[in-house]
Design a protein around this ligand. Sequence first.
Ligand SMILES: Cc1cc2nc3c(=O)[nH]c(=O)nc-3n(C[C@H](O)[C@H](O)[C@H](O)COP(=O)(O)O)c2cc1C
Ligand SMILES: [Mn+2]
Length: 482
Amino acid sequence: MSTARAAGLTSQEIFSQANRDVAELRSFIDKVRREHPEEVLTINKEVDPRFEITALVYKLEQERRFPILVFENVKGSKFPVVTNVHASRRRLASAIGSEPRSAVANYLQRIEHRIAPKDVDTGPVKEVVLQGDQVDLGAIPQIVHHQDDAGPYLTAAVTLARDPLSSRLNCSFNRLMSLDKNHTSIHLTLAKHLWEFYTNAEKMKQPLQVAVILGAHPAWSLGALNIGSIDEEEFYLMGSLAGEAMEVVPAETLDLRVPARAEVILEGEILPFERVEEGPFGEFTGYSLGSRKREVFHVKAITHRKDAFLHDISVGHLDHLLLSTIPMEANLFRAVKAMVPSVQAVRIPAPFTVYVSIEKKTEGQGKNAILAVLGADMYMKHVIVVDHDIDIFNDQRVQWAVGTRCQANRDVMIVSNVGGSDLDPSDAQDGVTAKMGIDATAKPRLDKFTPRHRVPKEVFDRLDLKDYLPSSWLAQRKEEKR
Ligand SMILES: Cc1cc2nc3c(=O)[nH]c(=O)nc-3n(C[C@H](O)[C@H](O)[C@H](O)COP(=O)(O)O)c2cc1C
Ligand SMILES: [Mn+2]
């Protein structure tokens, strides 16, 4: 396969040659590099894709540092690897033209206005076309992320498919575990849209045709992760979120149009009635789950740029968690707003867990918000609702509200035996879980609740620390805080 190294280019050269006028992953990285040079680090030293890439992400994470990492020399492959692209909320928000705190509002605004894909005759992803015997997945870096993983995985893989019944398109992230030069396993969560398409195809005794997109602009990824009805075609939201039409070209072997500016496209089919042992795999929950029988993806063609790099995500690390939470928060915000119009904010602080703040105007709205969340997202398990005076970006304040505004016998609701994630290590039966809502709003209402202690506002506003404390001490404290 011809790649950046084969083409004699450094990643610096690749990024600086990216087309600044179009949305694609490499132009996004180039933009970050120009605006925040400290956020894109190039590593020239050879790395072993077995554990070393994730280990470096993890080591930096321990130091609370989250740069994009570009590995130029990856043992066993000519493809450079780019990882940690989404590990900063500011960076991710910037991909949809937003500030970090307004990312959810911006997401919802952008998906209101659809920007359909634009047909083009050809594009960079067609620079190299490999079919039949030429297909060799082994040429792509074989990244093993965590110690107990069963093998190398492609984790930043967006699957595009068409429902054989309705003809609708769907996009979703689905991890692929390498099996051989033209097969991987594919993980389809039960009852999610790709699984529905696949079961429709299987009933017709047919394979399901899919194209896997590797190297997506973060706005496309946020679009693919949109939580909506099965009738909602994520493909049409990707351009909306990027703010411009996504250029698409016909696939070589499928009746699908694929992004012309991806890094790599894998074309093929998910085979009917075939299953293979997949996993263990280090999950987004932070646990390594055991193996299961999963579906099999047969790769019939690979197309890629001549200087393609492989995009990777360390699952369960910030790169992954931030990326998936913004679309989930947006969906939940919209769902709660339909029920409680004065919702202020929604945050997913941990797997299966949601905080919601509302300005409660009538009694019972705390529990309405809980029901809205549990009805809108199958994965969510624990919901805590607080009043609008609580900053839900501060876990300690949320716990303070639970501690001081909640009576368990009155304010906690539990629903047993509901469908949930099959990746929750605490569930009693695969994918069947209990849901809990905690209404930690003040009862009956904040303005009628025991008042908070406070200093008079007039006094607080009037006093200036500088008039009371040595300036040298104040300066020193500031330094520490930073
Ligand atoms: C990095 C990453 C990896 C993911 N891996 C999988 C996966 O292997 N299988 C899966 O079913 N969902 C996976 N997801 C979640 C789905 O992509 C997500 O739930 C998506 O919204 C489902 O699309 P749908 O609503 O069209 O079914 C992953 C998400 C991310 C961000
Ligand atoms: Mn969908």
